[in-house]
Design a protein around this ligand. Sequence first.
Ligand code: RFL
Ligand code: PHB
Length: 427
Amino acid sequence: MCVKRTFPRRARPACDPTTRTDQATNRTRTQVGIVGAGPAGLLLSHLLALRGIDSVLVEIRSRAYCEARQRAGVLEDGSVRLLREAGLAARLDQQGLEHGGIYLQFAGERHHVDFRELTGGRTVTVYAQTEVVKDLIAQRIAAGGSVHFEVTDTAVSELTTDRPVLRFTDAAGVTREVTCDAIAGCDGFHGICRPAIPPDTLTVRERDYPYAWLGILADVPPSTDELIYAHHEDGFALHSLRSPTVSRLYLQVAPDEPMQDWPDDRIWAELARRFALPGSGWELQTGPVLEKGITPMRSFVSAPMRYGRLFLAGDAAHIVPPTGAKGLNLALADVAVLAPALDALVHGDPGLADAYSQTCLRRVWRSTHFSWWMTTMLHRSPGAGPMEAELQLSQLRYVVDSRAAATSLAENYTGFPELDTHLPTAH
Ligand code: RFL
Ligand code: PHB
């Protein structure tokens, strides 16, 4: 039997928030103010709209910049389900590339870790964050959502009252003040929301890694059917992709590595060395480099993810090194929890909002551990001696030889715990 569930829409009291503007003072009233048009902020504003909740979203960058920023590429199966159930997967279902495993390469051997077989059919999907962001922005604009790009002077205040305020100057230079029921800080690691919280109320755990990733986007078909994570004595390398004709590759480099020391030929030569499989006939295909950049690696968790009526989501609260492909997925998972919590809160029930931080932090710490584990197993630490190298190789061999160890990698990579989308399934 197909049951179509709809969201209970509560009637709004006459004096209660819908988004409306007082022209003279540029004061606006909304239910949820959202800072940041990354995946977290955009998806949150859509999930809230599905529940009949108004939001105003502000973004410091232009729409074009947000849509072009090269970042993540891998969606867990729960993230795909979330986007699908939220009605956002038309292009994802056409263009996303479902992957049933990864390759782990070390000591001149390449081993397949088969997620489908190890996890009872779970997979990941290669679909770039740029595309997720494009889909979300298009949806918010088409739905008439209030989204302001190229704002300046974003500030949040009155956070411990039940009427927190979001201030900003819009692209036309008009200073605006939005009184909200709650504010979502989805403004990434360098945003203004986390610093608006008194530091003595936050516990921060963090670790920097003594290496970085040099990433390239290349106009060449991938040389592999699934991602290759390669451990090499010269450092880690990752072969990912964006489409059947565009590859995404990463090289471990020093954190202070000058980009100008890496002309394209040197990058390709180093990638070829780290992915080489002598005697196998496999070769890395090269092509024009479309874009390149260096990304530092850090683990960071700030808790709780709430201060009064300010709720942090995504990179604003936590970041992980990219080796586990978790950052984007965590951002989406946070807002899947935050949307129903804010829905209940603005209708007078604080229970889910009170549980928000703790609910999210369980997944955050699982992903933080997994990302740290993948990172330290696969990278070469400067100054590490033969003892560390043997321990890493033993760990890698254990993962490919032991079904239990491989299953642990597979269930974490595809997403653990399984995501509750908090959305009704449409049939
Ligand atoms: P974002 O995407 O950083 O968005 C925050 C937004 O807030 C805006 N902002 C402000 N807006 C208004 N006023 C202010 N004062 C503001 N300050 C900032 C910013 O301009 C921005 O638009 O955070 P969000 O939404 O939490 O999303 C997080 C993800 O972007 C991030 O975790 C991932 O990209 C991490 N990541 C990966 N995650 C995965 O799940 N799978 C992957 O395969 C993966 N690969 C990666 C990655 C990150 C990488 N880099 C570059 C860090 C690969 C790389 C190389
Ligand atoms: C990517 O495609 O950008 C990507 C894939 C897997 C990772 C990190 C980044 O672990």
